[in-house]
Design a protein around this ligand. Structure first.
Ligand SMILES: [Mg+2]
Length: 218
């Protein structure tokens, strides 16, 4: 499915790709509504409605991914609330072995995430996946999410890569499309980002549920 000898650089998404998206889904749909309801003396349903309205408004914008924005909106310390449930943070099956193998093959490994630095730091602290990575980029560093071409231009400036010899793995088709527009040749979509949910419909990219399907050495 992938000819590893034609790839030098591997760009990897974090949430839903290397890590189980369940943590994020649980945090935003269960833990935050619960804690917000407690803090404001309202029902969990009212809290969920309020948060949903703001979530759906801004999907895919940098602000939507910004923990400072959310902390202001709910008047609570979002990174601190995330730490309350950090036991739910975990890598997806085969992710660590996949990174290990790519590192052994000498591929350049770059994590590119729309996650805010505060959320990113918590996840690296728990999973320690950064020991396999050459570079970790939050799109907040560039003021542009991966959905925008400005992200890719700035990534190319900071860490030059040949898009024709680059593989990008993400669980969000609109982000893979953005990479495709920039010229990234090899694109893989993770169709099972949340281990507690069913797999998603396949995208028009190479679709895999788990990394063992594209492991360089079985
Ligand atoms: Mg993702």
């Amino acid at each position: 499915m992938i000819n590893w000898s034609s790839i030098d650089t591997v760009l990897l998404d974090m949430d839903g790709t290397l890590l189980d998206q369940h943590f994020d889904n649980y945090f935003w749909t269960e833990h935050l509504p619960l804690r917000y309801a407690e803090a404001n003396n309202i029902t969990e349903e009212e809290a969920r409605n309020y948060l949903d309205k703001h979530i759906h408004n801004q999907v895919g914008s940098l602000q939507w991914y910004c923990l400072d924005h959310w902390s202001t909106l709910v008047d609570m310390d979002i990174p601190a609330l995330k730490r309350e449930v950090l036991h739910k943070i975990r890598t997806r099956p085969h992710a660590t072995r996949f990174l290990e193998q790519l590192q052994q093959l000498g591929k350049k490994l770059i994590l590119i995430t729309n996650s805010h630095r505060a959320g990113l730091d918590i996840k690296l602290e728990v999973t320690e996946i950064d020991r396999y990575l050459d570079l970790v980029i939050s799109s907040h560093d560039y003021q542009s999410p991966k959905e925008e071409q400005a992200f890719w231009t700035q990534l190319q400036e900071q860490e030059p890569f040949d898009p024709a010899r680059t593989l990008f793995i993400d669980d969000t088709p609109r982000i893979l499309e953005s990479a495709e527009r920039f010229g990234v040749r090899h694109l893989v979509c993770i169709t099972l980002p949340d281990l507690n949910m069913p797999a998603r419909e396949p995208s028009r990219f190479i679709n895999v549920e788990h990394f063992d399907e594209i492991m360089p050495t079985k």
